[in-house]
Design a protein around this ligand. Sequence first.
Ligand SMILES: *[C@@H]1O[C@H](CO)[C@@H](O)[C@H](O)[C@H]1NC(C)=O
Length: 212
Amino acid sequence: MLFFSLAILTISSLAFAYEPSPLQDFCVADSKPSARVNGLACKDPKMVEANDFFFSGLHMAGNTSNAVGSSIKPVNAAQIPGLNTLGVAMVRLDFAPWGINPPHTHPRASEILTVLEGTLEVGFVTSNPENRLITKVLNKGDVFVFPVGLVHFQRNVGNCNAVAIAAFSSQNPGLMGVASAVFGSNPPISSDVLSKAFQVDKKIVEQLQWKF
Ligand SMILES: *[C@@H]1O[C@H](CO)[C@@H](O)[C@H](O)[C@H]1NC(C)=O
């Protein structure tokens, strides 16, 4: 009986580990939902039009004049209401020479990235206790996968701009920057916690908190 219950638990947790499969052709997100649901409420299918499945502008380079030298243009359920319930999304990434996309995770999606221009060093780190860095240099046309939830980054290792397109296995992958989550939370995590966690002086922690 215990075994049976455990088996049922395992099966049901598997069923809920990823976004549920659609039960209809589409569920175009309603911009004025009256109910809160897991995802977005559906628009009346009779009111759905081509533009609900459309986005324009990914040909435009992002502005990389910032501290990290990169920019991200998301195309998820917020930009294309027709993506709601379909379990996919994408981004355009632009990198200035030697720009980086800082270490971050997507809590709800694996990512598959392809380089359109330039040369990117990419990497992700496996979970404890190995914390192995798996890294590679990618050129134009190369494709790399970042498994769901793992901390990863990209760096332009060339003197030209770099451009990449990445696709996600979620309509809303989520983005948690390691530095911004740890040092830039609102309200801040106690510097005592961070100074013990990172084994550094509180002054260094406060400096990092000030930056983020
Ligand atoms: C890019 O961003 C920087 C910093 O925010 C700004 O000063 C600059 O005007 C922007 N450039 C363009 C072309 O929008």
